[in-house]
Ligand binder design. Sequence first.
Ligand code: GLY
Length: 309
Amino acid sequence: MIVIASSNGSIGMDAAWQILAAGGSALDAVEAATRLVEDNPADHSVGYGGYPNLLGQVELDASIMDGTSLRAGTVGALRGYRYAISVARRVMDELPHVMLVGEGAARFAAELGMAAEDLLTPEAAETWRAGIEGRDMIDWAGIPELVSALLKRSAGLTSDPEHVTGTVNFIAQDNAGRIASAVSTSGWAWKYPGRLGDSPIIGAGNYADDRFGAAACTGWGEAAIRASTARSVVLYLKCGRTLAEAAHEAFDDLRPIMRGTNNAMNLVAIDRAGNHVSLTTADDERTYVFRRDGMANYDELPRTLVAME
Ligand code: GLY
């Protein structure tokens, strides 16, 4: 049994482990752990308390993947429901679709009986207001040039979601060898409304396949989309690379995209044999959390730095 997560997932590690230790599934473990991060108002990158888009609306992205069946469920730009990961799980379990976005995702959450609420906390709202201070909060709606100018300005402040905030990754392998992965985020703070990052894109921010392994990303989602980073790790495993080689090769694929930017990319991954790896392009001592059989608790470990210059 294994659980690996981005460092902000530490709050969910015990819950994940208890499910695995009781013989539960990797899918249930990653969903339950992610919900605890979505509940945490102090984490401004995920769920309730997440930083909003340019209009002050919290829009959540999430995905979950079952490495046994290769089924997946995702939601994008979901407003008003904190447990984006559970909506994604129900998309996977109950619909003949993989992805729902915006109003359709919220409608589905309502049909499931999930509780609607305002996800913007006073603290997140205050930070958002400070980020666009000096602007008329009412009059600019519908003025695209001003929205674009604000976006460019705010992008300078928050171009690296993990540095300012985060996104959470969980990957687990259960007693039966089943692998599942989950990703949840409020995305790039002050993003353009409707922007989707890599978190709800299967193959970009999330991929799992029992036969080989799984990978999940945090950081600059646009880059992981353009390089299909999570799927690339698993594909390189299929091609016979070791886990470390596969992860580094996927990061090599990011070089033309990342070079010369101030953005960061971060990865956690496992292979089917239980090896694990975590890479980052940021040199600010980022960490991840990990637990496997025989460990009394999870460890917080440094990510391996990969320079993009
Ligand atoms: N990696 C999260 C995002 O870009 O939204």
